[in-house]
Every structure is written in structure tokens, then in C-alpha cells.
Design a protein around this ligand. Structure first.
Ligand code: FMN
Length: 328
């Protein structure tokens, strides 16, 4: 049985990409994931903020580089962990140690001079680049259109520096989601990763202080990538990769069925260890065997919005019909 897949022109031996996270922040970690059967790895994000620090250090300007309100704890924590030079070394080390594709990742919020660093990432040997972009739409003076324009500006700013495939890993706070993602898919990118999962605020009622929700997803969160990948597959001009809530072989089969080329997984591996990759692939093979599927293309996208007769399940959001159907 052939479980290989093609993503952004790269041939992957299987559809599991270890998602950008602490697990892919060291050469040893990356090697461990490759040895455990991952089809590819997305490296821990390098943050635009770090690149900007590097630029201001080099120019001696000492300019204040972070004026983005969205630079939350999540970001600050990892900023401390990384620096630009080490990131290039991480790519080079990973490329020397593993044979699977290595996808570099930059967390960015603006277009600008830092786009040059994408070239250095390519030169360090990365097989592809993922831009992890999240512009918190919290500025009451910024229209949706202005927020969305920034995404296109970032793509244009990076595209001109690199030849390797480019993916965008996004959140889901867009009003005209299908329009926006379809337009982005025609902006010269090769992949959309739907969706990133962000740290959300919580409250400690005992101490009356702000805290953070758990950083790990639950299986129920699969609903979000399942719906949107299903809606967009075959209608966008780039490949789709699922992220958030893919915890087991069944959820992997589901995202492929709605049209994803692969899945970028973090929580399931944090929870169960890297052996979970093998477990998920074995479950995928078993399920494929039960349906006499010999390769992923035999079923990829079969249940996308475009390919099913009655796409009501994708568009239905209210409970009215559910209640009448189920007598509730
Ligand atoms: C501890 C941790 C660190 C992460 N760091 C990054 C990161 O640096 N860049 C990024 O794009 N995503 C990052 N993510 C998000 C994951 O790559 C993934 O998209 C998200 O966790 C949803 O997938 P999951 O449901 O399999 O966990 C991180 C997730 C976790 C749990």
C-alpha cells in the first residue's frame, strides 16, 4: 500500500508532518521525528521580532522593533529560545541528519526588509518555507480589508527573495474566508496550512489573574480544518495541509478525504510520544485496506464540498435541520 503524498511539489513518504513546535527546534528532536517515521518536519518558527533585532543590531540603530500588540507570552517565550544565526544552523544540521523534507517557518506580522532572511533560509538548505502569520484583528481603526492586505504584502515581500515552495499557516479570523483564502492561493504560494492554533486567554478565579488556556488541542477541534479544507479543496490554486485536532489515524483519514495533502501534527505527538506517528500511519493503512484503497489519490478529496452531491453538511451551521432529523 502506498501512503506517499505530494505537498507543494515535495514527495513525502507519508502524510504526517511534525508541526512547528518545540519538538522540531533541535537537530536531535528532528532526527527523532524522522526516525519515528514522519513524512516531513516543519521547524519551530523563527520570529520576525528576532530578525528585526538582528537587523537593528547590525545597523547599530537600536531601534525598538516590536510594536505589535499581538506579541504575547507565546511569542516572547520562543523569542528567548531562538536566534537568527542558530536558526540557519538548525536548518543546515537538520538537512545533514535527515532525508525527509525540512520546512522552515517564520512567524511574521509585517512585510519589510526582513524578507531578505527568507533567502538565507533557502541558502541554508530548507526545502520549503512556511510563514506563520497572525495579525490579531484587534485594532478598532483597522478595516478587515487593511488587515487582509498585509497578508498579501507579506507574501509579495518574501516571494521575490526565494525559489523554494512557500506555504502560509493561518488562523481563522477572516470574514470572507473562502474569498480571502482563494485569493491568497493565487498569490504565488504553494500551500495553505489550515489552521494554526494560538494561545488564548483564561482566568484563574482563585487568584483573580489572567492565565492562558492549555496549549494543546482536543480532538473536537478537528471540526474547523475539516470544514474549511473540505470547502476549499479543488477550488484553491495550492495544496492544503491540515493542522489542529488531528490526533489519530481516523482524523488523518478524514482530512485526506476532504482534500488535504497532509497534516501538521503537534499535540498528538506531545501527548503520546513520537511512536504516535507509527500508530497513526498503521491505522491509516488498516482503514485504507478495509476500503481497498491502494494509494492516497484513490480517496483524497472524495468528500470535499466540490465532490459530494449534497454539500449541506459543509454549509449547515444551525441546528434547525438536525433537530427535525433527530427528533430533538
Ligand atoms: C508547544 C507548542 C509550540 C508551538 N510552536 C509553534 C511555532 O513556533 N510555530 C507555528 O507555526 N506553530 C506552532 N505551534 C502550533 C502547532 O504547530 C500546531 O499548528 C497546533 O498545535 C495545532 O496542531 P495540533 O492540534 O496537532 O496540536 C506550536 C504548538 C505547540 C503545542
Amino acid at each position: 500500500m502506498d501512503i506517499s503524498t505530494t505537498y507543494m511539489g515535495m514527495k513525502l513518504s507519508n502524510p504526517i508532518i511534525v508541526g512547528s513546535s518545540g519538538m522540531t527546534s533541535t537537530v536531535d528532536g528532528i532526527k527523532h521525528m524522522a526516525d519515528s517515521g514522519a513524512g516531513a518536519v516543519a521547524l519551530k518558527s523563527l520570529f520576525e521580532e528576532e530578525i528585526m533585532m538582528e537587523i537593528s543590531k547590525a545597523s547599530g540603530s537600536g531601534a525598538v522593533v516590536n510594536n505589535y500588540g499581538e506579541a504575547a507570552e507565546y511569542m516572547r517565550y520562543y523569542v528567548r529560545e531562538e536566534n537568527v544565526g542558530n536558526y540557519f544552523k538548525l536548518i543546515e544540521g537538520a538537512k545533514k541528519s535527515v532525508r525527509i523534507p525540512v520546512i522552515a517557518s517564520i512567524n511574521c506580522v509585517s512585510a519589510g526588509e526582513w524578507g531578505n532572511y527568507a533567502k538565507s533560509i533557502e541558502n541554508a538548505g530548507a526545502d520549503a518555507l512556511e510563514l506563520n502569520i497572525f495579525i490579531m484583528p484587534s485594532d478598532a481603526k483597522l478595516t478587515g480589508e487593511a488587515v487582509e492586505r498585509r497578508y498579501f504584502d507579506i507574501v509579495a515581500g518574501v516571494k521575490k527573495h526565494i525559489k523554494i515552495p512557500l506555504a502560509l499557516k493561518l488562523g481563522y479570523h477572516f470574514s470572507g474566508m473562502a474569498y480571502f483564502l482563494t485569493a491568497l492561493s493565487s498569490s504565488g504560494i504553494q500551500g495553505l496550512v489550515l489552521f494554526n492554533r494560538f494561545v488564548s486567554p483564561d482566568i484563574d478565579l482563585r487568584t483573580l489573574t489572567m492565565t492562558a488556556m492549555p496549549v494543546y488541542s482536543t480532538p473536537a477541534e478537528l471540526a474547523l480544518p475539516l470544514r474549511w479544507i473540505g470547502m476549499l479543496a479543488g477550488r484553491v490554486k495550492c495544496d492544503l495541509s491540515a493542522s489542529t485536532g488531528v490526533h489519530d489515524g481516523s482524523s488523518l483519514a478524514k482530512v485526506l478525504l476532504v482534500g488535504a495533502s497532509c497534516a501538521e501534527i503537534a499535540t498528538a505527538i506531545y501527548n503520546n510520544g513520537a511512536k504516535q506517528i507509527g500508530v497513526m500511519l498503521e491505522d491509516l493503512r488498516t482503514w485504507m485496506g478495509a476500503h481497498s484503497f491502494k494509494k492516497i489519490d484513490d480517496f483524497k478529496g472524495r468528500l470535499s464540498f466540490k465532490n459530494i452531491e449534497d454539500p449541506i453538511h459543509y454549509e449547515q451551521a444551525q441546528f434547525m435541520k438536525y433537530f427535525s432529523d433527530h427528533g430533538k
